[in-house]
Write a protein that binds this ligand. Structure first.
Ligand SMILES: C[C@H]1O[C@H](O[C@H]2[C@H](O)[C@@H](O)[C@@H](O[C@H]3[C@H](O)[C@@H](O)[C@@H](O[C@H]4[C@H](O)[C@@H](O)[C@@H](O)O[C@@H]4CO)O[C@@H]3CO)O[C@@H]2CO)[C@H](O)[C@H](O)[C@@H]1N[C@H]1C[C@@H](CO)[C@H](O)[C@@H](O)[C@@H]1O
Length: 410
């Protein structure tokens, strides 16, 4: 048969389906996963697609998480250089969909067994009544702790912020080590303390900015006090590397983190014996307990010249078999309910801990602006932690930024 739609395109991906329905051409995939721990697993899984579709070449490209969102928007806007498939973080998905940069997947081969997806994971792939992505991984946050240090200090895992302070004081006294590394250059690490005070960034139902209400101010005070009381250490920059190094080297007894940190954490000398890594719910504040929902979806670029192969690739990469491999090798959480039942997944302690955590993770509004709430917040969060501003002023300034971004919100 003849090759349909074999026209060349801006990123060299050509192809379509021959009369026989056999897929062909290339699929360029921009993956944002962490280099050195996740990327090699995802690259292998992606390239194995060719075993099922010999005439399709997968062009795996790793793009750093911090660059990929704007890089994709620039490429899609200019119509040059965009990939066929992108790993779109949960907040990027409504942003890209709203801009028209994603192919709607309803009725395509990309969507298989949609009922098998966790509802929280599926929620971030829907926009204006259409499906613009397939959920790849879902995540939330917990306390990672070093069991050896806890034993040496004779302490239990803290359930509240107050216990976090007393446990940290005891660890310092008994072992000389600091209790918690609190990441200070990424506002995602502020959310569980905000939820603990009964606060949130915004209330999308009532279109109200809430970061600057009493709960928001209280949460800013809480994190500032964790550092002032020496229960926690933090950094204004390079937080990911400093957090991982401090925890992996046993300089701190705890960090708050998510499943994406597990593979890298296991490379630390303290966790050569994986059993030394403990995991527990984030501490409760004065008004409650909650951890944020994060994760990543797989989306198809609306301008792809190889939509059929891209749909098939997205379906394959989010299939139960592939999700089970990513879970077993990287402790990442499947977005398909059926995968949690597989033995190699169910026996992973990280997965069995995080599953109930993601099921009750605090959902975020999947509006185009939801991702834009972090940049203005992190500026104030970092300044509060380093006493460059007060909790009151930090919360107020963040609120003002939000009201500029969300025009008609209260
Ligand atoms: C500021 C950013 O605010 C938001 O991001 C939130 C995010 O919405 C939250 O959900 C949370 O994300 C979790 C995530 O869920 C969790 O899975 C994990 O991800 C792992 C992967 O698991 C791991 O595989 C690997 O990839 O590595 C990933 C990262 O570790 O951890 C994430 C938290 O880190 O927190 C994010 C905030 O960080 C915006 O969305 C933008 O990202 C924005 N950045 C833009 C800024 C533009 C210029 O201003 C610049 O030009 C633009 O290019 C930048 O994009």
């Amino acid at each position: 048969g003849v090759t349909l739609a074999a026209c060349g395109s801006d990123n060299g991906s050509t192809g379509g389906t021959k009369g026989s329905g056999e897929l062909s051409g290339t699929v360029t995939w921009w993956d944002t996963s962490t280099v050195g721990s996740e990327d090699k697993v995802f690259k292998k899984l992606a390239e194995d697609f060719t075993k099922k579709h010999p005439k399709v070449k997968v062009n795996y490209v790793n793009v750093p998480f911090g660059d990929a969102q704007n890089k994709f928007k620039n490429a899609a806007q200019s119509g040059s250089g965009a990939p066929d498939v992108i790993r779109a973080e949960v907040a990027w998905t409504p942003d890209f969909a709203n801009l028209g940069y994603l192919a709607p997947l309803d009725g395509t081969a990309a969507l298989k067994d949609q009922d098998d997806f966790l509802k929280q994971a599926a929620a971030s792939t829907k926009y204006n009544g259409k499906t613009y992505a397939v959920p790849q991984v879902i995540d939330s946050m917990g306390i990672f702790y070093n069991k050896k240090i806890f034993k040496e200090a004779g302490v239990e895992v803290p359930k509240t912020v107050d216990e976090l302070k007393s446990v940290s004081a005891k660890i310092k006294q008994k072992t000389g080590k600091t209790g918690l590394y609190l990441r200070g250059d990424d506002a995602y690490w502020f959310l569980s303390f905000l939820y603990g005070e009964g606060g949130d960034l915004v209330n999308a139902d009532t279109k109200t900015v809430t970061i600057d209400n009493a709960a928001g101010v209280k949460a800013m005070k809480t994190v500032q006090e964790l550092v002032d009381s020496k229960a926690a250490i933090t950094d204004a920059t390079n937080g990911w590397d400093n957090m991982q190094a401090a925890f992996k080297d046993g300089k701190v007894a705890m960090m708050i983190n998510g499943p994406w940190a597990v593979a890298d954490t296991y490379t630390g000398k303290e966790f050569a014996d994986k059993a030394n890594l403990g995991i527990a719910p984030v501490p409760a504040g004065s008004a409650g307990q909650g951890a944020p929902q994060g994760g990543h979806n797989l989306a198809v670029y609306a301008g792809s010249k190889n939509l059929d192969a891209s749909y098939a690739f997205v379906e394959y990469m989010s299939s139960p078999e592939v999700q089970a491999k990513a879970a077993a090798e990287l402790s990442l959480l499947p977005t398909r309910t059926s995968v949690y039942g597989k033995s190699e997944v169910a026996m992973n302690p990280m997965i069995s801990f995080f599953k109930p955590v993601v099921e009750k993770a605090v959902e975020r509004p999947w509006i185009p602006e939801t991702g834009s709430l972090f940049a203005p917040l992190v500026t104030e969060y970092t300044k509060v932690l380093t006493h460059q501003t007060t909790p009151e002023q930090g919360a107020k300034t963040a609120g003002e930024s939000y009201r500029k971004l969300l025009k008609d919100w209260k």
